[in-house]
Design a protein around this ligand. Sequence first.
Ligand code: BTN
Length: 259
Amino acid sequence: MQWFSVSLYQQTLSVRGWKAARQPVVLTVTPSTNDVARHHMAQGVCTGTVVVAREQKAGRGRMERSWASSPGGLWFSLILRPQRSPEQVVLLPLTVAVAMASALTDATEGLPIGLKWPNDLMVKDKKIGGILMERDGHGLVVGVGVNVNQRSFASLLDQKAISVFQLTGTEVSLERLLAGSMNAIYRYCREWEDDGGQATLEAWRHHSVTLGREVRVSLPGRQVKGKAIDVDDGGSLLVDTAEGTVRITAGDVTLLRQA
Ligand code: BTN
């Protein structure tokens, strides 16, 4: 039996501009949907093409981490070719995070989703989803992973990860969640194109579980500790430390005690 109903997905999809989004590439198992999407992108497929898999055998996350991708989660990669300046493109990861928070809240009838800088989706200080953007000369792949219907996680992951089912006791349709995610990403990307990301930044601050918290940021070869105070216009995290305000453009944030 097919694990994913394209017609159910199409019933919920309302994206107007990305025609290719109507015909997702549906896979049962693959190493990584990002790799499949990059391959398709190099062949010149249209913007809005989306690849979704039931299971990934070599899913990857930010900072070269592996990403556990068993059946029950939503694992997809979307092809974009943003025609914007590099200064504006830096806000795209935050834009997609805001869109995914909105899609997940809608799909779960109100589960509040927090954002940990730059684009982790969080509930109760555990990770419910993440976003990995990869860019090459052909365009941009937006890889999204959401823990949806998994009943449990392997013991080490269990301390850090949580699924929608564990929180609500209810299964969510992966077809409807993918379509809702595409609708939200499309909507927030249009807004980002129109205003350069100002609404993104406001929405990100609103969802943030990082700002106001004591954080430790791991950077190549050093760590920064302090209080996360804001994101600047370029989406960088500003951390108030004993040595003054440090601007973080890339790094791994750990949330410390509640402020
Ligand atoms: C992170 O938080 O570290 C990002 C996780 C991104 C995981 C998704 S699942 C679909 C796509 N394919 C991958 O191999 N990774 C992304």
